[in-house]
Write a protein that binds this ligand. Structure first.
Ligand code: G1P
Length: 316
């Protein structure tokens, strides 16, 4: 599909395999910006983080961490803020709980509790003391990343698929050696809630980016391809994050740093396989709960019967 995009590249501008040794370092680290207030979910988020809201039986942030693990990432860096302690507690060892479960012979539950952080995975927490935007949040973790590529995952975006979206992106990153942003088609006016790309399709699901803009008005949107909350960056992004000026909504926007990065080096947009739930919205979170609930081994069948026999009747 061709994007109805503005300035198109010349056909000679094809995707290159980038050869810098930095870009081809193994992807080991991920940043999870989790400092947001979650005000759309008040009062649920008054004293607890929105990232801890469950989809069926697992908090959103754990889905994101599992996705990072599936892409081979072992160092998780959480950029946190006020009232986010529950996230650190969740990924900590729960001695008392484990002891109780062991004593009462609840082996399966014990394994679930112990499996929250897989072996070999480390978690680091750093505070973003001011809510200055996503670009600022990512920059806050710069000293923990150093000179290597890294991923950014927004836990609000829950992506459900067989091969995780980040793993799909990591394959592209490993091949081309360039930064990769996840995109999906967004219909109608909703596009103005996203970072929106322009670029040229270069193969199955791949676009060579030539522009990106944060939350444009519908009439100004360069295409119908919106950025989803998954990114893999080369460390060069930091120099652009440092140079950022306030953008859309007065915030330091990651999108604006990507726009500067793509003028310096190749950036790819990748249209991932999978269903994305916008769990930053009430409806999105409910949809995720229903759809993942239907697949859940413990409650799937009963939920299906309930939806079909009871709920469906009420909706007639
Ligand atoms: C952020 C990004 C935006 C992206 C979106 C995906 O916006 O700034 O570019 O499209 O995440 O969920 P937010 O939803 O935090 O306003």
């Amino acid at each position: 599909r061709d994007l109805h995009s503005f300035p198109t590249r010349r056909s000679s501008d094809l995707l290159q395999v980038m050869t810098s040794s930095t870009n081809h370092k193994i992807l080991r680290k991920a940043i999870f910006p989790v400092a947001g207030l979650g005000s759309r979910f008040l009062p649920a988020t008054k004293a607890s983080p929105k990232e801890m809201m469950p989809v069926v039986d697992k908090p959103l942030i754990q889905y994101a961490v599992e996705e990072a693990v599936s892409a081979g990432i072992t160092e998780m860096i959480f950029v946190t803020g006020r009232a986010k302690r529950a996230i650190a507690d969740h990924f900590d060892k729960a001695y008392e709980l484990e002891h109780q479960l062991e004593k009462s012979g609840k082996r399966e539950l014990l394994e679930i509790a112990q499996g929250v952080v897989p072996k070999g995975v480390s978690c680091t927490y750093i505070r973003q003391t001011e809510a200055l935007g996503l670009g600022h949040a990512v920059l806050t973790a710069a000293h923990l990343i150093g000179d290597e590529p890294f991923a950014v995952l927004l836990a609000d975006d829950l992506i459900h698929c067989e091969v995780s979206a980040l793993k799909q992106m990591a394959e592209q990153h490993n091949f081309y050696g360039s930064s990769v942003v996840a995109v999906q088609q967004v219909s109608g006016a909703a596009i103005s809630a996203y970072g929106v790309i322009s670029g040229v399709q270069q193969g199955d699901r791949l676009y060579l980016l030539d522009g990106i803009v944060e939350k444009p008005k519908v009439k100004d949107a360069p295409s119908d391809m919106g950025v989803t909350g998954r990114y893999i960056f080369s460390p060069q992004i930091f120099e652009h994050l440092r140079a950022l000026k306030p953008g859309a909504g007065g915030e330091y926007q990651l999108t604006d740093a990507i726009q500067m990065l793509l003028m310096q080096e190749q950036v790819i947009a990748y249209e991932f396989h999978g269903t994305r739930y916008d769990c930053g919205s009430k409806l999105g979170l409910l949809r995720a709960n229903i759809e993942l609930g239907l697949e859940h081994p413990e409650i799937g069948n009963e939920l299906r019967v309930f939806l079909k026999n009871e709920l469906f009747q009420k909706l007639q």
